[in-house]
Design a protein around this ligand. Structure first.
Ligand code: DAK
Length: 256
């Protein structure tokens, strides 16, 4: 049985579902490898406009597989080169929505933070408990979390290992929207549906500008934005979007 499931529920949308409930969706080597393969394939698939990543109704992911790391040596961890399997996710060029129910811990929280939008069920909990098993985050937690929520909220989460609720996560800027647990995946799909109906080149350039600009000096980020903005005037969807506005009709975007 596969440890992740790839579904195509509707045109333009793909759903990746972690499927290892017996181990609380812990990110085994197999899970990470399958995720890498899915994200590589979906990046290249022109028919996919937006992706939803979820662990299902009960749990998002309990982090890296502790049992598989417990006896590892430093050189073995180096040889495993875990960062290779995160790369396709880090570089995924299309809008990615995480739909989080239950625990998103350690590598699971880091997985959610690779998304562009996080929809959380009200019972979701986020945390970086690595310190409690003697390590620290290894997939961007010490970098993405402070960028998302600021130093003092991040330090509290990282240094105490204590989880935060969905409401707390939303208040600090770690979550885009909180909904009833039963609505999490449907709400993520609703958002995916509306994004998938919008021009994909514009979506891609917005994501690129936000992510690349976040770590660049303001002037470099503004230059990046300006160039991407100008490039969009070369797309058929820009002509269609503006013509539809002027003609007071609904635009029909073709993704060109
Ligand atoms: N790894 C392995 N097995 C896990 C697991 C995990 N992270 N989380 C749960 N399981 C397994 C349990 O061992 C148990 O297995 P059996 O005893 O049935 O064989 C089964 O899942 C059910 O777990 P529980 O009985 O504990 O279930 P509960 O519902 O009571 O509790 C829980 C759920 C998620 C609150 C709890 O299981 C828990 O606290 N899990 C550990 C959470 C944790 O400490 N996460 C941080 C792991 S360290 C790297 C990148 C990233 C990372 C590392 C390297 N590189 C790029 C190199 C990330 C590191 C981490 O995430």
């Amino acid at each position: 049985m596969s440890e992740t499931l790839l579904e195509r529920p509707e045109d333009g949308i793909a759903v990746i579902r972690l499927n290892r409930p017996e181990a609380r969706n812990a990110l085994s080597a197999a899970v990470r490898e399958e995720l890498a393969q899915h994200f590589t394939a979906l990046a290249a698939d022109e028919t996919v406009r937006c992706v939803v990543l979820t662990g299902g109704d009960k749990i998002f992911a309990a982090g890296a597989d502790i049992k598989a790391m417990a006896e590892a040596s430093p050189s073995e961890m180096m040889r495993r080169a875990g960062e290779r399997s995160w790369k396709p996710l880090k570089e995924f060029p299309k809008p990615l929505i995480a739909a989080v129910n239950g625990w998103a811990l350690g590598g699971g929280c880091e997985l959610a933070m690779h998304a562009d939008i996080i929809v959380a069920g009200e019972g979701a909990k986020f945390g970086q408990p690595e310190i409690r098993v003697g390590i620290m985050p290894g997939a961007g937690g010490t970098q993405r979390l402070p960028r998302a929520v600021g130093k003092f909220k991040a330090m509290k989460i990282l240094l105490t290992g204590e989880p935060v609720t969905a409401a707390e996560a939303e208040a600090m800027g770690l979550v885009s929207e909180v909904v009833e647990d039963a609505r999490t995946i449907e709400r993520a799909l609703e958002m995916a549906r509306s994004i998938a109906a919008l021009p994909p080149v514009a979506a891609r350039k917005i994501k690129e500008a936000v992510l690349a600009g976040a770590d660049a000096p303001l002037d470099a980020g503004l230059l990046l934005e300006r160039q991407a903005f100008q490039l969009l005037f070369d797309t058929a969807d820009q002509k269609e979007g503006m013509a539809a506005f002027v003609e007071k009709r609904k635009p029909a975007f073709r993704g060109e």
